[in-house]
Structure formats: C-alpha cells, structure tokens
Design a protein around this ligand. Structure first.
Ligand code: BES
Ligand code: MN
Ligand code: ZN
Length: 490
C-alpha cells in the first residue's frame, strides 16, 4: 500500500473514502467536525438517530454526503471515551482497515489519529494507525488468487498530517513490511514453505539491503558442528533441515548484536509421537517464531536502525519416517549435554537448543528466542498475549514494555529453578518433556540449560501468532513487539 501524508481538508479531499471516528459520548474530532459542518449537521443527526453506530469498532458507510468531495465516508465507532485505550484505538484502526479491504474503496484518507488517546503522541497514533491499516489490508493470495469480481484491497492511503510526521510513516512502513512478511510465511502451506523456502526467503532479503548478509548451513555443516539435537528432528523428513543466519550491520562491527533465534518447524506432525488428525493442518504455523524473527529483522533493515542484529532460524520438518528419531533416543546436543527423547512432539526445544548454543559465538548483547513451543502457552494466556520468560528482570520488562507500545502484548511467566527437577532423566542430562504441570515453563527451563551466562529471554508465541478455527490464519505476531524492542535498542 502506498502511504502518504496530506493536509488537504477532509471536505475537499478527493478519494474513494474518508475515514473518521465517532464517540458515543464525546465531541467529534477535527476532520469529523468539518464534515459535519459542511453537510449542514447531517453527520451529527445520523449519529443522534442511531443510523451511524458509535459502538466500539462498528463501521457505517455513508454515501454522497453533501458538501463533501469524497465518494464515501466511513465512520468507525469509538465507544465511550472513558474506555478508550491504546488497545481500543488499535482495534478501531484495524476495523476500518478490514472494512476497506473488503469493500469497493481502493484509496482512502484516514483521520483516525486525530482522536486523543490517553497520553499517546501524534507520532505514535499515526504510526500505529498506519501499521494497523496495512495489517488489516493483508489478504492471502498465493494459492487462492482473487476473483475478478472480488473487491480490491486498498492501494493507497493518505493520512491527515503534516510532513514533519514523515518519520512516523517511515517507521510504520518498516513495521508493516515485517508483519506482512511474517503473515505471508505463516499462511503458506507446508508443501511450499519448507526449510529450503525459508532459506530462499532469507537470501531474497539479504539481496535487498547492502548491509545484510546471509549464510545457510546445510545438514553436513550442522553435523560438523555436532548439532545432533536439531538434526534428529528433521531425520524423518525428505526435506532437509537448514540453519539460516541473517546478519544486519547498522553499526560498527565491534558493537555486540541483538540476536534473535526463531523456531522454524515448517510442519509439526509430532513425528513418531504423532499428533491427532483433527487440526493437524494448522501445524504449518509451527514456523511462526521463525516468521516473526525474519519479519522483525526485515523491519530493522528497512528502517536502517543504527544497531547490529543477527537472526538465526532453526528450520526442520518434524515427520515420522524410516529414519525418524524415536522416543527413547538419547541425543548429544552441540553443547555436549545429552537429552533423552520421551516424546518426538517436543521437537521445538531440540532444534532451539542447538541454535541457541550456536548463537553464543556472536557474543550477543541480548539473546531472544521466539517459538510456537507449547500448547500450554495457549492454555495459560490464550491468544491475547505471547508468553515471555527471562531470568533477567530488566530484559523481561523491556520486552513487556515494547509489547505494550506496539499493541502486541506479552506477559511473563517465571523461570524459577524449582521447576528444573521435572526434567530429570535416568539416562541423560535431561529429558525433553517435563510432564503435565507448567508445560510452558518446563520448556523454558529446558532452553535455560543452553543459555547459561547469556542475557537471554524466551518468547512462546503459540497462542499469539495464529488465529484458530473459522478465521484461521497468521497474525504475524510478535513482529510488533520484537521490532519495537529493536527500535528501543537504537
Ligand atoms: N508446536 C507444538 C506446540 C503447540 C501445540 C502449539 C498446540 C500450539 C498448539 C510443539 O511442538 C508441541 O507439540 N509441544 C507439545 C510438547 C509436549 C509433547 C511436551 C505440546 O505442547 O503438546
Ligand atoms: Mn511438536
Ligand atoms: Zn512444534
């Protein structure tokens, strides 16, 4: 989508659609007020009579309002002013975006950021509105191209703001690019998006920026590094595993990088510990962590942030097969620690432990892994928040605050050593499952054994990165949280 700034008055602006908001119990914002005046009070009257809903997120389309040059006006309900928050504001913008995507307008002029929201700045509201709009305008088309009679999504949007807000739009463009990359990767079917596809995507990104380089490690190279845990997971699949390493230099080479590690299981059948049939198709989203770190990395490169960032993706397909790893196998990880496999469906921690060991050669300023690691994360926090774990209180707080700012929230669970005994094994240094209790935490505890001495955090995005059921699809999360964290490092 082409996004521009334009201070042309809402009444004379020529566009397919002007987007304004309306509260149940507060005066109209600037552009809405102008439109109301030009139409001789028609807007206020429609609101008063209940023809235009002011319920939060409701949308009403008005046609041919007199005194207004635009073809249509979309009024988004803002609800009660008391209840307005940054989260509610974000949903107002996405509601507008979803409407515009599915209806006739291909250009729009957006005035929603005029609404005052708590102590947020104009900059933040403009940026957030642009990101929400871009996200809502996304439509998956790779294997289901739009039909001729389908409505086109938005092609261009202007925001009613001065050119001094251009940097907010640039930032939004970067963040949105990251989100769209992540959503598309998450939605692609597993027969297209396999480890090699993720590697090609990384190579494509590296080609687009002169300060980005990429290295793809194949199975032989990983075997040389003794990454037996990662390699075990991919052994049952004919699609060979890849370790993808993207490097971005926005600062001198001596500055320690922020390192992000993503779980890139392009399909998780469970392996020999096979998952049940129903919903198994959704396990293509098991590379949601990888998609997010790639997306946040691309956002950073697009914004050319003055930091160094490394993005590592541990990618494999978890399949049953003649050569598949088994329950009972004992694996020797790259770190030298041994792992007894009790369940081949707890594969994420196995690919991550070797990737996290590898990551330490870059001497990270912060090391963050992102993974659809446990179903227990969905049980704990549902779909509204990513699970954050860290032994470093400051890092946990930084991540939570970044999530708040980006309206891509995370919430912390403890990583206390009290949980460690659940990983005891009679035949190895640890087993790969910790039992029924605290499934997300014991997965975090497993990873903590491979990140000793590191400023490390773990994000379990199993609930946040994917919408289940009828409207199933990728949310791209937590690209917003990660990108804000990177912006804050700069
Ligand atoms: N990719 C899954 C996690 C998952 C499961 C996310 C369901 C969302 C919904 C992961 O590889 C997995 O299978 N984890 C197991 C671990 C268990 C065997 C210890 C789980 O959560 O059931
Ligand atoms: Mn699994
Ligand atoms: Zn998995």
């Amino acid at each position: 989508m082409n996004i521009t700034l334009d201070t042309t008055l809402a009444t004379v602006m020529e566009t397919d659609c002007i987007v304004i908001g309306a509260f149940a119990d507060a005066p109209l914002h600037k552009s809405a007020e102008l439109i109301d005046k030009a139409s001789g009070g028609a807007l206020q009257k429609l609101i008063k009579h209940g023809d235009v809903s002011t319920d939060w997120k409701d949308t009403t389309l008005l046609h041919g309002l007199s005194g207004v040059a635009a073809k249509r006006i979309l009024v988004v309900g803002c609800g009660e002013i008391e209840k307005l928050s940054s989260v509610r504001f974000d949903r107002i913008c996405s509601s507008a975006g979803a409407f515009l995507r599915d209806h006739a307008s291909t250009s729009a002029h957006i005035c929603l950021h005029e609404i005052e929201v708590g102590d947020t700045t104009d900059y933040w509201r403009l940026r957030q509105a642009a990101v929400s709009l871009e996200k809502a305008n996304y439509r998956y088309t790779v294997t289901k191209p739009p039909k001729d009679d389908d409505n086109q999504p938005l092609k261009s949007a202007s925001f009613n703001a001065d050119t001094d807000m251009q940097s907010a739009i640039e930032e939004a463009r970067g963040i949105a690019k990251g989100y769209l990359r992540s959503m598309k990767l998450g939605d692609l079917p597993p027969n297209i998006c396999n480890p090699a596809y993720l590697a090609e995507t990384a190579m494509e990104i590296a080609k687009s920026y002169k300060n980005v380089s990429v290295e793809i490690l194949d199975e032989d190279q990983m075997a040389e590094l003794k990454m037996s845990a990662l390699l075990a997971v991919g052994r049952g699949s004919v699609n060979s595993s890849k370790l993808i390493v993207l490097k971005y230099h926005g600062k001198d080479k001596k500055t320690p990088p922020t390192v992000m590690v993503g779980k890139g299981i392009t399909f998780d059948s469970g392996g020999l510990s096979l998952k049940p049939g129903p919903n198994m198709e959704q396990m293509k989203f098991d590379m949601g962590g990888a998609a997010s770190v790639i997306g946040a990395f691309e956002a950073c490169a697009e914004m050319q942030l003055p930091i160094n960032v490394i993005c590592i993706v541990a990618s494999a397909e978890n399949m049953p097969g003649g050569n598949a790893y088994r329950p009972g196998d004992v694996l020797t990880s790259m770190s030298g620690k041994t792992i007894e496999v009790l369940n081949t469906d707890a594969e994420g921690r196995l690919v991550l432990c070797d990737a996290l060991t590898y990551a330490q050669r870059f001497k990270p300023a912060a090391l963050i892994d992102v993974a659809t690691l446990t179903g227990a994360a969905v049980i704990a926090l549902g779909h509204h928040a990513s699970v954050i774990m860290s032994k470093h209180d400051d890092l946990a707080v930084e991540l939570i605050e970044a999530g708040e700012n980006a309206v891509d929230r995370g919430w912390r669970l403890p990583l206390w050593d009290d949980y460690q005994p659940q990983l005891k094994s009679a035949f190895a240094d640890m087993k790969n499952v910790g039992g029924m209790a605290a499934g997300s935490i014991t997965a975090g505890c497993f990873l903590s054994r491979f990140t000793e001495g590191q400023r490390w955090a773990h994000i379990d995005c199993a609930g946040s990165t994917w919408i289940w059921g009828g409207d199933k699809g990728s949310t791209g999360r937590p690209v917003g949280l990660l990108t804000q964290f990177l912006i804050n490092q700069a």
